[in-house]
Design a protein around this ligand. Structure first.
Ligand code: HEM
Length: 442
């Protein structure tokens, strides 16, 4: 275990060890972005940092782009199944004591090879650009509906609540074959999953779903709430599995429901987790990127004008939005053997936290990393991770954001902020929860 290893950190000047370690896990520090001050210092002075925040099992904080990439690619030396993301130690213990597993879900990000690769292969081809091309007309139509909705709102709206939140939701629900009438419920469940640390997000999910059934998130114990949420997801997708086995359709749910590994149907927990990661990872991440990315265009009128004048820059603008927002703030790995990283001795069993937002502001890789440039090139952003777990939906995410901008930008004449945007309070998947704008359309 990590604690057997003598503390290797020699604190550097100006480094307040206790509070900086806490900042790295603090959802408020993600929300007000003060975490960047700590990331910046760590990248320069202690890039593989032994971090012991209050209430969490200690871990190595990996903050440089190169080290994040090295760890991500060495998937045998650094595995996923032991510890996937930062959860308080008491929450981890509660889950283990209650269900006999440290994981409520066993989705692709929680698994290691060989099972991980066998499961990933089931949908791998489906997520490739060649297959996604046939979805373009559907996605463009959904994008156009949302831009029309903006136009109908008459010049002022909260871009998150009117466009960014619902557009990727509708796309992923169409892909899964979930009826539109169930979208509010799916939205609530995603919001409760990633937004449980933020009272505003919880309140919004209540508002959205008023009248459509009991809410989870009311026990007073976040882990119990998450457990109840998992039960809800499993019940919902259990019914979908039964339906798609009896009546196969041309949707992703049919592929998951009828998937086999080594000639056997995939396990129930793996199947349910597959739907859940697709529904959740395929929604909140893209929403946050669309909102935070569009905000940068609003804040940088020269960049907006450049892009409007030359839509061939859309792919590089999308990449820059993804780098800028980095909606998934971290994933974790566990070392399987003693090794060295960034001059530090890592012991078998140590946890490592890959801070993608920090990697995406690394001046060793990105010139002027805190500037937003629609033509940034090269742009080896690390927001999708790397190696065998690299985001399965990355082509879909890029496509969705590009098609939204392709509908929106030619119609926008003027746009400005109509208030200060706010981030969600979360330390795992996060982004703008409000983006008030004022605009005119051509
Ligand atoms: C995995 C980011 C959109 C589905 C991941 C990982 C990251 C990530 C960081 C883990 C990578 C690693 O551990 O190396 C993002 C970002 C997105 C996005 C930034 C949008 C801008 C999507 C979409 C979908 C999706 C649209 C699907 C509908 C998945 C799945 C995995 C994954 C299934 C697990 C892959 C595996 O473990 O093999 N994503 N994601 N993501 N993502 Fe995404």
């Amino acid at each position: 275990m990590a604690t057997a290893f003598a503390d290797p950190v020699i604190p550097f000047p100006g480094f307040d060890r206790a509070s900086d370690d806490n900042i790295l896990v603090n959802p408020e520090a993600m929300a007000d972005e003060s975490v960047h001050a700590v990331y910046n210092r760590l990248r320069d002075e202690d890039p593989v940092h032994w971090c012991a925040p209050t209430g969490y099992r200690p871990f190595w904080a990996v903050t440089r782009h190169a080290d994040i990439t090295t760890v991500s690619k060495a998937n045998n030396r650094f595995i996923n199944s032991k510890r996937t993301y930062l959860a308080p130690a008491d929450a981890e213990k509660w889950t283990l004591d209650t269900i006999g597993d440290t994981h409520l879900f066993r989705s692709l990000v929680d698994l290691d090879d060989p099972l991980h690769m066998k499961l990933r292969r089931l949908t791998h081809d489906w997520f490739l650009p060649a297959n996604l091309r046939k979805l373009e007309p559907m996605i463009s139509a959904v994008a156009k509906d949302h831009v029309d909705r903006m136009a109908a709102l008459g010049g002022e709206c909260d871009f998150v609540n009117e466009v960014a939140l619902f557009y990727p939701l509708r796309v992923i629900m169409r892909i899964l074959g979930v009826p539109e009438s169930d979208e509010p419920m799916m939205l609530r469940m995603t919001q409760e999953m990633f937004g449980a640390q933020d009272p505003d997000v919880v309140a919004r999910s209540k508002l959205i779903t008023t009248g459509i059934g009991a809410l989870s998130g009311s026990s007073g114990n976040p882990q119990v709430d998450l457990f109840q949420l998992a039960q809800e997801y499993f019940a919902y997708f259990g019914a979908i599995t039964a339906d798609r086995r009896a009546n196969p359709r041309d949707d992703l749910s049919t592929i998951i429901a009828n998937g086999t590994v080594d000639g056997e149907p995939i396990g129930e927990k793996e199947a349910m987790s597959y739907y859940v990661i697709t529904a959740t990872a395929g929604h909140d991440t893209t929403s946050s990127t669309a909102a935070g990315g569009f905000e940068q265009l609003v804040r940088n009128p020269d960049q907006l004008a450049r892009l409007q004048a030359d839509l061939s820059l859309l792919p590089s603008a999308v990449e820059e939005m993804i780098r800028w927002v980095t909606p998934v703030k971290h994933f974790m790995r566990t070392a399987t053997e003693d090794c060295e990283l960034g001059g530090r001795k890592i012991l078998a069993g140590d946890g490592l936290c890959l801070f993608y937002w920090s990697g995406n502001r690394d001046a060793r890789v990105f010139a002027d990393p805190f500037a937003f440039k629609v033509d940034r090139s090269p742009n080896p952003q690390t927001a999708f991770g790397n190696g065998v777990h690299m985001c399965l939906g990355l082509h879909l995410a890029r496509l969705e954001i590009r098609l939204l901008l392709a509908e929106l930008l030619p119609r926008i004449k003027t746009v400005e902020l109509a208030g200060e945007p706010k981030n969600s309070i979360a330390n795992f998947v996060s982004g703008r929860k409000t983006l008030p704008i004022r605009y005119t359309f051509r």
